[in-house]
Ligand binder design. Structure first.
Ligand code: ADP
Ligand code: TRP
Length: 323
C-alpha cells in the first residue's frame, strides 16, 4: 500500500505529534511504500521568517530520522523540493467550491475571531489534497485534527474524477488512519496539545525540561488525602500512554484510594517520557553531527518523490486538457 503523511515545520515537535502521527509513520514504513514529508509550503501560512523556516525544516528532518524513519525504507522529503505539488494544487483549486473551504475550521476560527485570513490559509486544504493525491496515497496516518482535511481531499478527488475522469478515474480516494487511543493527546492545560497553543511537551527536550513541563500540567485542587478520579486527570491520561498496563492500573488504584499527591505522578510521567525518547535523543546527536548525510537523504527523497509525482501530475494535466 501507498502511505503518505506530512508534518508542518512550524516549531519543535511534541509528544502529540509523536503519538498521533509519527509512531504510525514508523510502523507503516515496513512492508509498504511510504512517503513522509516536511510541509514547508503549508508552514508559510504561519512562519514569516526565512531563517526560522529553514531551521525548522532541518529540525523536523532530524527529528523524523532520529525517531526511526529509515530513508532506505521510506521516502523522506521536503514538500517544496517537489514543485509539482503547487501545479496540482492549481488544477484542484479550479474544481473546488468555495463553500467547502469556508467550512474548514482553521479558516472559520480565524474569521470568527475577527482576524483577517490570507488566501493561503483559505486554500490550505486544497494544497493538502494535492500532497495526498499526487502520490496516489491509499492511507494517510494522522491525528484526529486532520480528519476534516482528509474528507475534503476525498471530496475534491471525487469532484475532479467526475468532471474529468468519467471513463478512467484520475485520482485514488485516500483513507485517513487515526489511532483512537491517541487521536487527541492533551496538552499541559488539558486542551489538545498543539504548537500553536503553547501547551506542549517537546519530544527532544532534555529530561529536566520535560520534568518541568510535567509539573505545569493543570490538576484540580483535591486535597492529597482525598480519593481522585484518574479518568478526568490530564496527568493520568498522559501517563497511560507511556506506562505499561500494569503500572497504569497501579496508579489508577492509588488515585482512587486517596493519599496520593499529583506531584508524585507528575514526576513519574516525566521519567516515562524521558525514557521513551532517550534513544532518539542519542540518535539525534549523531544525525546533527553529519549535515552531509542529512543533505543526501533530502536530495534522494526529493528525487524519488518527484518521480512518482510526475506520473500523477501528467495524468491530471492530460485529463483536463493541459499540454
Ligand atoms: P500542531 O497542531 O502542533 O501544529 P501539526 O498540525 O503539525 O501539529 O500536526 C502534525 C501531525 O500530528 C498531524 O498528523 C496531527 O494530526 C498530529 N497531531 C498534532 N497534535 C496532536 C495531538 N495533540 N494529538 C494527536 N495527534 C496530534
Ligand atoms: N495539515 C497537516 C497538519 O497540520 C500537515 C499536512 C500537510 C499533511 N499536508 C499533508 C498531513 C498531507 C497529511 C497529509 O498536521
Amino acid at each position: 500500500m501507498r502511505i503518505l503523511s506530512g508534518i508542518q515545520p512550524s516549531g519543535a515537535l511534541h509528544i502529540g505529534n509523536y503519538l498521533g502521527a509519527i509512531q504510525q509513520y514508523i510502523a507503516l514504513q515496513h512492508g509498504n511504500e511510504a512517503y513522509y514529508f516536511v510541509a514547508d509550503y503549508h508552514a508559510l501560512t504561519s512562519v514569516r521568517d526565512a531563517s526560522k523556516l529553514r531551521g525548522y525544516v532541518q529540525d523536523v528532518l532530524l527529528d523524523l530520522l532520529s525517531l526511526g524513519l529509515e530513508p532506505e525504507k521510506a521516502t523522506v522529503f521536503v514538500q517544496s523540493d517537489v514543485p509539482e505539488t503547487v501545479e496540482l494544487a492549481w488544477l484542484l483549486t479550479s474544481v473546488t467550491p468555495m463553500g467547502w473551504l469556508e467550512k474548514c475550521v482553521s479558516f472559520k476560527d480565524k474569521i470568527a475571531q475577527g482576524i483577517p485570513a490570507e488566501h493561503g490559509l483559505f486554500a490550505y486544504p486544497v494544497l493538502q489534497a494535492a500532497d495526498i493525491l499526487l502520490y496516489d496515497a491509499d492511507v494517510v496516518p494522522v491525528g484526529q485534527d486532520q480528519k476534516q482535511h482528509l474528507e475534503i481531499t476525498r471530496d475534491i478527488a471525487e469532484r475532479f474524477n467526475n468532471v474529468y475522469g468519467k471513463t478512467t478515474p484520475v485520482f485514488k480516494l485516500p483513507n485517513a488512519k487515526i489511532l483512537s487511543t491517541v487521536a487527541v493527546v492533551p496538552g499541559v492545560d488539558g486542551r489538545k496539545m498543539s504548537k500553536s497553543y503553547g501547551n506542549t511537551i517537546e519530544i527532544f527536550d532534555d529530561p529536566k525540561a520535560i520534568e518541568k513541563k510535567c509539573k505545569r500540567i493543570v490538576t484540580d485542587s483535591t486535597p492529597m488525602e482525598d480519593p481522585k478520579n484518574p479518568e478526568t486527570c490530564p496527568v493520568f491520561n498522559l501517563l497511560k500512554l507511556f506506562a505499561t498496563a500494569d503500572e497504569t492500573n497501579q496508579w489508577s488504584v492509588r488515585y482512587k484510594a486517596g493519599g496520593m499527591g499529583y506531584g508524585e505522578v507528575k514526576k513519574r510521567l516525566g521519567e516515562l517520557i524521558s525514557h521513551r525518547f532517550a534513544e532518539a535523543r542519542e540518535k539525534r546527536h549523531s544525525w546533527a553531527a553529519d549535515p552531509v548525510r542529512l543533505e543526501e537523504v533530502r536530495r534522494m527523497g526529493a528525487e524519488r518523490a518527484r518521480k512518482t509525482a510526475r506520473i500523477v501530475l501528467d495524468r491530471a494535466r492530460n485529463a483536463c486538457g493541459l499540454g
